[in-house]
Ligand binder design. Structure first.
Ligand code: SF4
Ligand code: SF4
Length: 341
């Protein structure tokens, strides 16, 4: 029978950066936190945590009665690519984790590991990458990292610049212990968050968080639009300022799956039909089911409104006639913001 050390060695051979083992025991504390966030109204309507049965979600043993262990894995994504240069027309920033489809890259590695375990040890395996499974509590329990006050898991090697994936398996493996570490006195992410979305350490209000709002279709409140900057999808400010991320060594990109890069042309996005958008970025999370295309267009209008370049007024004026009330309203806001600038 294979043991946890061999599994980790083989996983690393398949290109998985970090592997730890967790027990599949329930996460009652996580369930309480999710219920509290639901009661406070801190989830957006497109978030799956709002819709799921919380107790069931947090109980791996109920969901997968055959599960004996969880292999939690991470892929670092801090690459050494350059940020887009200004001068090539207005562009919108794409959050670093979405420059390419890191979840799919990791998932393919997890599939290789799961196939190996099945073929050689007849193991039952179920793979997750980007949910739906309580991946951060699993990472914390297994010592893959600890919770930062920005709500993200911080790993000693990759900081929070990593995506997580899991293999739930019926192999009986020895769990790794949690690590004793925390943010200490640091509050940099809480101070730097442009929308004050980190209500208190570890508690994020998604209805104020640009990362969450950028994929959700609806009107963005004016105070948030004003500090939105030129983010087309996602936000990494609370990661950019984190001292635990400043020592992470960037590496060259290893795969171009779903590549969109650090910035996209706003004018191109505003001209795209939904079909064009989906076929251009087919393998990227930008076209994931929970990211609304209309939200991306709305974000592009907010970005234009924040350029302070009145040359975009005619284009924005066209969008005020849109049959989509959110786009029309956002364009009106953008015009007002440009004229006030
Ligand atoms: S992702 Fe951006 S908006 Fe959300 S908590 Fe972090 S800094 Fe704030
Ligand atoms: S910025 Fe500071 S408080 Fe926030 S996650 Fe990083 S170490 Fe923790």
């Amino acid at each position: 029978m294979i043991d946890e050390t061999e599994i980790k060695n083989i996983g690393r051979e398949f290109g998985i950066d970090q592997l730890r083992i967790s027990s599949p025991a329930p996460f009652p504390e996580t369930a309480k936190i999710i219920q509290g966030l639901k009661r406070k109204g801190y989830y957006l309507s497109n978030e799956y945590l709002l819709k799921i049965d919380t107790e069931y979600f947090c109980n791996i043993e109920t969901r997968f009665p055959w599960a004996k262990s969880i292999i939690i894995c991470a892929l670092g994504y801090l690459t050494d690519e350059k940020l887009p240069q200004s001068g090539n027309g207005p562009y919108g920033l794409i959050a670093r984790f979405t420059w390419r489809n890191n979840y799919l890259i990791l998932k393919r590695k997890l599939k290789k590991l799961a196939r190996f375990l099945k073929e050689n040890f007849n193991a039952q395996c179920r793979i997750f990458s980007n949910g739906p499974i309580p991946e951060k509590p699993i990472a914390q329990r297994s010592g893959l990292g600890y919770y930062g006050k920005n709500g993200l898991i911080i790993n000693h090697k990759f900081g929070s610049w990593m995506v997580l994936g899991e293999i739930v398996t019926d192999l009986e493996l020895k769990p790794d212990p949690p690590i004793e570490d925390n943010c200490g006195e640091c509050n940099k992410c809480i101070i730097a968050c442009p929308t004050r979305a980190i209500i208190k350490p570890y508690i994020i209000d998604s209805t104020r968080c640009i990362q969450a709002l950028s994929g959700w279709y609806g009107p963005v409140p004016e105070p948030i639009a004003r500090v939105w900057g030129n983010r087309l999808y996602g936000c990494t400010t609370c990661q950019d300022v984190c001292p635990k991320n400043s020592t992470v060594k960037p590496h060259p990109p290893e795969s171009e799956i779903g590549y969109v890069g650090p910035g996209l042309s706003l004018l191109k996005i505003l001209n795209f039909s939904e079909d064009e958008f989906r076929s251009n970025y087919a393998k990227n999370q930008l076209t994931a089911s929970w990211v609304d295309f209309r939200a991306i267009k709305r974000n592009a209008l907010i970005c234009l409104g924040n350029t302070k370049d009145k040359g975009f007024l005619p284009l924005l004026k066209k969008f005020t006639d849109s049959s989509d009330p959110v786009l029309a309203r956002t364009a009106q806001w953008a015009i007002k913001n440009l004229n006030n600038g």
